[in-house]
Design a protein around this ligand. Structure first.
Ligand SMILES: [Zn+2]
Length: 163
C-alpha cells in the first residue's frame, strides 16, 4: 500500500494489486461493447482524458484506456454527449479534505461541485464487492471506485441511438 495525495483526496492504494487486476481484464468495457454510444467513446478516448488525469491514473496503477465501465447518459445543451464511467483501484480513501473554493485541477470532481471542464473524476471507497463488471477485482476488499464524467462530441459515422 502506498499513500497518494490527489486533489482533495488522500488515497491508500495497492498499486501492484491494482495493476495485476487490470492485467486479468480482457479489455475495457467500451472496447468489448457493441453499442454505438460505446463505439463513439472509444473513438474519442485519446482526446477525452486530460494529460494530468492520464498521468494521475497511471501513477495509481490504472491503465486509463481500460475503463471498467462506461455508458452514455444523455446529450447536453452545447451539442456534446455526456458519459459516466468508472475505474477500480485496490485500496481505500483515507481522507477527503473539504474543498477550498474552485479546484486548481479541473479533472478533479469535488463532491457538490459541478465540473467546469469536459472531464472530471472523483474517488470513493467501495465495500462489499463483488461488483458487477469487475470480476478481475472480486477477491479484493476494499476497493476505490474512481468515477469519471466526460462530455464529448459525436464523431463516428454510425447514427446516434438515444437516449
Ligand atoms: Zn457499452
Amino acid at each position: 500500500m502506498q499513500m497518494f495525495e490527489v486533489g482533495t483526496w488522500r488515497l491508500n492504494v495497492d498499486v501492484t494489486a491494482t495493476e495485476a487486476s487490470y492485467a486479468r481484464m480482457a479489455g475495457s468495457h467500451a472496447d468489448g461493447c457493441n453499442l454505438v454510444s460505446c463505439a463513439n467513446f472509444v473513438a474519442n478516448r485519446e482526446d477525452t482524458f486530460p494529460e494530468g488525469a492520464q498521468r494521475e491514473l497511471e501513477t495509481l496503477g490504472v491503465p486509463w484506456r481500460k475503463e471498467v465501465y462506461v455508458s452514455h447518459t444523455g446529450g447536453i445543451a452545447v451539442g456534446l454527449y455526456h458519459y459516466q464511467g468508472f475505474f477500480m483501484l485496490v485500496g481505500e480513501v483515507v481522507e477527503q479534505r473539504p474543498a477550498q473554493g474552485a479546484s486548481s485541477e479541473p479533472f478533479h470532481w469535488i463532491a457538490g461541485q459541478v465540473p467546469s471542464a469536459n472531464y472530471a473524476h472523483s474517488f470513493t471507497t467501495m465495500r462489499g464487492v463483488p461488483y458487477f463488471a469487475s470480476p478481475a477485482f472480486n477477491n479484493k476488499v476494499p476497493l476505490i471506485r474512481c468515477t469519471f464524467t466526460a462530455s464529448i462530441p459525436w464523431i463516428i459515422d454510425a447514427e446516434y441511438a438515444g437516449p
